[in-house]
Ligand binder design. Structure first.
Ligand code: PMP
Length: 448
């Protein structure tokens, strides 16, 4: 079918081939061409495609009931998934609220925070500080938290304009500070922002513990995480971790927060939580936040499809599979292998300025000059071209040009957590080939 014949639209017209089937880390189009799903779609398909356990569990649920409205029935899949989620998240995070996607999860976290503040007699608190750049979703509430101007600008008059603070993009800093000092420097920016906004008006701070689409797997120095937790506590500001992309094992721990021993006040998850088998997401919070809200009359929030038994049966099987196949540990191990491979690319390609990430959420960024970290000329359309050259060769990667909406082409490599060492080799061979083709096409030098 050509574009003209399609009734369907997304952000743009869709020139891609039709998907036929998926198997493990691979996807096949209708012509039979095979692709390595090097970005798990949009960091979604954490346990790979067509997992037999998940399909069997969903089929068994489908044979019983696909939907039962939560105000009419409790269901075992939703109760079991909530219990399993609470068991897999850090101690204290034991109340779970289901949604169908990441934007819904972020909005739910913020609304829970607000209702909790009201129960504490803190109605003056409503501002939610987030980072710039960042991505938290495209519905109005989540978009207001998103630090990415091109997506916000058309809708800016329709939003409150929540305060922003710089994300710790320390790889761009050219100061003489140690990594530790840099982490603390960025945390102090949050403290300044809270004071400037008026501490008794600030409800929450929301952050991606490892950046996703907006910052390309940005990891802050270790010192940042603990200091941010302290600052939030100092001012009674709730700390919300947006683990929509990082949650469910992607970074080598169930939650990325565990890398730094942080217990956030509320966590938002989606993507890998349903792993592409069902639209699913969740927020997880401690009883001390949820119970007062329930006691005060209930959470004034909820989506029709929330907690439906079919999606929850998929989610439950996904978490069982993560655990029983040791996929979170595999993500940590294979993440190290992948990171070494990506760092190796810097020897051959001088236009790769930075490689970063955690577990199997990794990225590399193009620069014109490593010493200044000046980005490549936008007219080269690098973020688009490399993706196309890889796609032609049977590798799917995910790219964005952000650094606050202006420049900085980065590429996310985030394969399913089931990937093997051999498959990483296969993926890297295609990536090399695509990078060579890109360098030749735009006339950039390659070290031989
Ligand atoms: N938060 C983060 C960190 C994300 O990466 C995304 C999706 N890219 C969202 C929220 C929004 O999720 P969704 O597209 O499912 O609404």
């Amino acid at each position: 079918m050509t574009d003209e014949a399609s009734h369907l639209f997304y952000q743009t017209r869709n020139p891609r081939p039709f998907l036929e089937r998926g198997e493990g880390i691979y996807l096949f189009d209708e012509s039979g061409k095979r692709y390595i799903d090097g970005s798990s779609g949009a960091m979604v398909s954490n346990i790979g495609h067509s997992n037999p356990r998940v399909l069997a569990k969903m089929k068994a649920q489908m044979d019983k009931a696909t939907f039962g409205y939560r105000l009419h029935f409790r269901t075992h899949p939703s109760e079991d998934l909530a219990a399993k989620t609470a068991a897999m998240t850090p101690e204290g995070l034991d109340r779970v609220f289901f949604v169908s996607g990441g934007s819904e999860a972020v909005e739910s976290a913020v609304k829970l925070a607000r209702q909790y503040a009201l129960t504490q007699g803190q109605g003056s608190r409503y501002k939610v500080i987030s980072r710039f750049p960042s991505y938290h979703g495209c519905t109005f509430g989540a978009l207001d938290l998103t630090g990415y101007d091109p997506l916000r600008e058309p809708f800016a008059p329709m939003m409150e304009g929540m305060p922003k603070v710089a994300a710790p993009a320390t790889y761009l800093d050219r100061d003489n500070l140690s990594e530790d000092e840099r982490g603390l420097k960025y945390a102090e920016l949050l403290r300044d922002r809270i004071i400037e906004a008026g501490p008794d008006t600030v409800l929450a701070f929301v952050m991606e513990p490892v950046g996703g689409a907006s910052t390309g797997a940005l990891v802050a120095p270790d010192s940042y995480y603990g200091r941010v937790r302290e600052i939030c506590d100092e001012f009674g500001v709730l700390l919300i971790y947006d683990e929509v992309m990082t949650g469910a094992g992607r970074t080598g721990k169930f939650l990325a927060a565990e890398h730094w021993g942080i217990t956030p006040d509320i966590v938002a998850m989606s993507k890998g939580f349903g792993a592409g088998y069902a639209p699913l997401g969740a927020i997880v919070a401690p009883a001390r936040i949820v119970e007062p809200v329930l006691d005060a009359g209930g959470f004034l929030h909820g989506f029709t499809y929330a907690g439906n038994p079919l999606a929850c049966s998929a989610g439950l099987a996904v978490l069982e599979e993560l655990e029983e196949q040791g996929l979170i540990e595999n993500a940590a191990r294979m993440g190290d292998v992948l990171m070494d491979e990506l760092r190796g690319l810097m020897e051959r390609y001088p236009f790769i300025g930075d490689v970063r990430g955690k577990g199997l959420l990794t990225a590399f960024e193009f620069v014109a000059d490593r010493s200044t970290m000046e980005p490549l000329a936008p007219k080269l359309n690098a973020y688009d071209r490399l993706v196309e050259l890889a796609y032609e060769r049977g590798l799917i990667i995910y790219s964005r040009r952000t650094r606050g909406g202006t420049a900085g082409d980065h590429f996310l490599i985030a394969p399913p957590l089931i990937i093997t060492r051999e498959q990483i080799g296969e993926m890297m061979a295609i990536l090399h080939d695509a990078l060579d083709a890109f360098a030749e096409e735009v006339g950039l030098p390659v070290e031989v």
